[in-house]
Design a protein around this ligand. Structure first.
Ligand SMILES: Cc1cc2nc3c(=O)[nH]c(=O)nc-3n(C[C@H](O)[C@H](O)[C@H](O)COP(=O)(O)O)c2cc1C
Ligand code: SF4
Ligand code: SF4
Length: 291
């Protein structure tokens, strides 16, 4: 009997989609479904292998991923795997999935994380250098794909005692900040009104009004619009008024002071993932490739 396989992915700068594609290629005959889709319109009930792949935001699972998985219907007998894509700190990102799935009486069979390029470009330059991190992540993903293809059972990564202790004090206000932190986005004269930023946004937070992007205040801070704009027209500049507004919203979150996008900063997106890939909601990977 043929196994039905699906991977649900969320991505801003392509690292997670690249991992999802590579794993799907190894598994063969696998659907890739973006968590951009409303969960009510997809169902994982008919699948025997179900994967989740997403970045880590503020030491946990991105909020759009939480919203999606909570509403997703699942097959209780499936082999379920999770691959998280942090840069340095995975924190609660895998455990959060476990917590949501437990309520649906579903166990995760396999968990892994892949440290990749840190993409929060409105706070820092991408790091460590993609030149050596990307090849390393490619190798790690191949290894993980092999393990999943062989239905290996592996415990999910867990937050360290330090992260567990610090999280409640440090991180909850970032969740609030994240939603409204599109207030300081700027659009320069270089904008050619192509609308690509609106199409790559995974949460429909950009509307094109009179040819220019307008941000709708439910941003996930995924960095797709900034990093895939063909003209580098999207910037990030916090004025005094924006700073006051952000501080009111998020109670003096320290990272606000670091936020900004200098013209000279290098941007990043995964070299294997194009803007066109990000505009898709669904892929079917047919071939089975050994990496
Ligand atoms: C808003 C935001 C918060 C982030 N927080 C973390 C974090 O807590 N820990 C971490 O290791 N990486 C963090 N990162 C880095 C991303 O998780 C990492 O670059 C990831 O590979 C990006 O995946 P993507 O290319 O699929 O979007 C953060 C990035 C953004 C944009
Ligand atoms: S992607 Fe860039 S150039 Fe195109 S509409 Fe958006 S900001 Fe303008
Ligand atoms: S507005 Fe830009 S940064 Fe915010 S979620 Fe959309 S693409 Fe990502």
């Amino acid at each position: 009997m043929m196994m039905r396989k699906v991977i649900y992915y969320f991505t801003g700068t392509g690292n997670s989609l690249r991992a999802a594609k590579k794993i799907a290629e190894r598994l063969g005959d696998t659907e890739l479904i973006s968590m951009r889709n409303p969960p009510e319109e997809v169902s994982a009930k008919e699948y025997d292998v179900i994967g989740f792949i997403y970045p880590v935001y503020h030491w946990t699972m991105p909020e759009p991923v939480v919203q999606f998985v909570e509403k997703l219907s699942m097959n209780k007998n499936a082999y379920v795997f999770v691959v998280t894509m942090p840069s340095f700190v995975n924190g609660h990102a895998s455990e959060k999935l476990e917590e949501i799935l437990k309520k649906k009486e579903i166990m995760i069979s396999y968990g892994a994380k892949v440290n990749g390029v840190a993409n929060y470009v409105i706070v820092y330059s991408p790091m460590p250098s993609p030149k050596w991190v990307v090849p390393r992540t490619e190798r790690k993903i191949s290894k993980i794909a092999e393990e999943i293809a062989n239905r290996k059972v592996k415990k999910i990564p867990r937050a360290s005692a330090y992260i567990r202790k610090k999280y409640p004090k440090v991180m909850p206000s970032y969740k609030v900040l994240q939603v409204y932190a599109d207030i300081p986005f700027t659009v320069s004269k270089a904008c050619i009104s192509c609308g690509l930023c609106s199409r790559v946004c995974p949460v429909e937070n950009i509307s094109i009004v009179d040819g220019k992007p307008t941000f709708l205040h439910h941003c996930a801070q995924c960095m797709a619009c900034v990093c895939y704009c063909p003209k580098r027209a999207i910037g990030y500049k916090i004025s005094k008024e924006d700073m006051e507004q952000l501080n009111d919203i998020a109670e003096n979150v320290s990272v606000i002071k670091l936020m900004g996008l200098p013209d000279k900063r290098t941007l990043y997106h995964n070299p294997y993932i194009t803007a066109a890939d990000l505009t898709k909601n669904h892929f079917v990977i047919e071939k089975n490739q050994r990496n």
